[in-house]
Design a binder for this molecule. Sequence first.
Ligand code: NDP
Length: 327
Amino acid sequence: MFQGLLIEKDEAGYRTSLQSIDETLLPQTDVSVDVQYSTLNYKDALAITGKSPVVRQFPLIPGIDLIGTVTRSDCSHFSVGDTVLLNGFGVGEVHSGGLAQKANLNSDWLIKLPSGFSPRQAMAIGTAGYTAMLCVMALEKHGVTPEHGPVLVTGGNGGVGSFAISLLASLGYTVVASTGRVDQADYLKKLGATEIIDRAELSEPGRPLGKERWAGAVDSVGSHTLANVCATTRYGGCVAACGLAQGYDLPATVMPFILRGVTLAGVDSVMRPLADREQAWQRLAEVLDVSLLDDIVQEITLAEAIPAAEKLLAGQIRGRVVVNTNK
Ligand code: NDP
């Protein structure tokens, strides 16, 4: 038996609780892991609260991220004692995930602990930091350089937003952060933002084209915000879209794309090929200022993850939440 969060759905309804879980509940896979840390992402909060149909199999342990030590390996590329990292691959959605002390995982989903990071640091970065790096790489791929002008980051106080600001600033970009919490300006500036704007400027229905303001953007918000960001991106710019915190709709026109050559680059972290994962983590090791992690991250216990999920969806959590699965 081990401690973990369990999501159940039956006649009694949808619920998440901290339980002693029998190992027979875990799937048959080629690697077993003692989990050291997991995290609380937006998707985990949706799963824990049941606010969106993220979980597609019950009962299920949530947690799309984890880091842990291999305790059993039937594959050639991981050995007992290795520290391994997982982001995504449907874990915490259709396969039991990281918000527990043990996990059974498919070796194809795992990478070794990236060099340069402790296990806790790697989880502090987690899917949010890894996705932020994938967004930065998408901007680079589409030719957005610091010389082209400022880059906007929406959802600045969120996990993806916080890392996107920090990474872009480290790479020499001028960063504009959009947020609903302008009172957190000191935090956003410490991460590297030079200008803070109120997200209300972007969140209402807007015009097909507006004044050209940014060379690129990282958007974790979607909906009218993403439409307005595209409409105000400079000629030839690129918007990396990864999230839906405002909504999954995109009430936009084609005008920014056909008149300004703007590229809308979709960013998925869940099913990303291994080579992309390793490249993104390598870039994180090169670029991220790890001294900022203490500002971005707070650590909680498994039990605390349930109320924290409600707070995260209510926009009351800043940065990242790391879950210590052994507390
Ligand atoms: P967080 O909850 O940490 O951050 C989301 C931020 O969005 C909030 O902190 C808030 O920032 C802003 N926000 C929240 N509600 C609204 C709203 N109604 N309108 C405008 N802005 C809002 O989540 P994460 O950083 O973990 O994830 C962000 C998004 O990215 C989520 O939609 C998530 O599902 C998605 N995501 C996608 C991935 C992929 O593979 N494509 C991977 C990881 C995340 P502020 O207070 O500063 O305004």
